[in-house]
Write a protein that binds this ligand. Structure first.
Ligand code: F6R
Length: 250
């Protein structure tokens, strides 16, 4: 996993946009895996500013995960978030997003359909990931097997409380979700993980230093040949270290 440290969140977003631009320019029908969450939203906004100069008409975008038990049309489903924050600003057609349906009645069939759809479109060229404070990637919470495929999962209390402030309409974060599995994610030809802010510093320190294990899902990415971790300075300085440094500098 190659580490890049940028001065601030805006530069992390710019670096991510550059990776997406390169992917599309070298392969106009590239398949881009898109995370939701707060971290990539600035990059999606910056990407939309480039829509006139970037031909995205043949690109496809693939969901990484989705809540279960919400109407697909709920503004809080990840499908709605991606339509609002990525598809619409980029002027893309609905069918350019490969979805998992949050309101499916048959989760197993939906996850198998999603895996088949991914295989049919030739697999993901560039997967964008964030990371949870507990090390989750997608919704692969600690304990997820590295050979897991797209499946139904239960969300941890930490994930549900971290995501609660992002809700627009729903009163609680669903307790279950679907997620690309860790093995599904690792099949992407390249991966960019972004993390910003001091709340992510402890998990980034663990991701860089702890041995790979199922307790630390992000550590699975170390086995990937083309995975870049782009962070801002706050995400690599533990609070205590930052304060000690400030004291020294006074
Ligand atoms: C979102 C996702 C999650 C988030 C992670 C970080 O589709 O899969 O793994 O990337 O929870 O979320 P933020 O960016 O809000 O800190």
């Amino acid at each position: 996993m190659q580490l890049s440290i940028k001065d601030h969140h805006g530069l992390v977003a710019e670096a991510l946009v550059a990776r997406v631009r390169d992917a599309i320019q070298s392969k106009p029908n590239a398949v881009i895996g898109v995370a939701t969450g707060r971290t990539p939203m600035e990059a999606y906004r910056l990407l939309a500013l480039e829509r006139e100069s970037l031909d995205l008409s043949r690109a496809r975008f693939v969901m990484l995960d989705e809540y279960l038990g919400l109407a697909s049309t709920s503004p809080d489903s990840f499908q709605s978030v991606l339509r609002r924050q990525v598809l619409k600003p980029l002027g893309l057609r609905d069918e350019q997003l490969i979805v998992m349906a949050s309101d499916t009645k048959d989760v197993l069939t939906e996850t198998l359909r999603f895996e088949r759809k991914l295989a049919k479109c030739g697999g993901v060229d560039l997967q964008i990931l964030g990371v949870g404070r507990n090390g989750h990637i997608g919704f692969n919470e600690p304990g997820s097997r590295f050979d897991s495929l797209t499946r139904r999962v239960s969300l941890t209390y930490m994930t549900r409380s971290d995501n609660a402030p992002t809700l627009i309409q729903e009163s609680t974060v669903p307790v279950e979700a679907m997620t690309q599995g860790i093995a599904t994610i690792l099949r992407a030809r390249s991966i960019v993980v972004i993390a910003t802010g001091e709340a992510k510093a402890p998990i980034i320190a663990r991701a860089l230093n702890e041995p790979a294990s199922a307790d630390l899902p992000i550590s699975a990415l170390r086995a990937h040949a083309a995975c870049e971790l782009i962070v801002d300075r706050d995400a690599v300085l533990e609070r205590g270290h930052a304060q000690r440094r400030e004291l020294r500098e006074e």
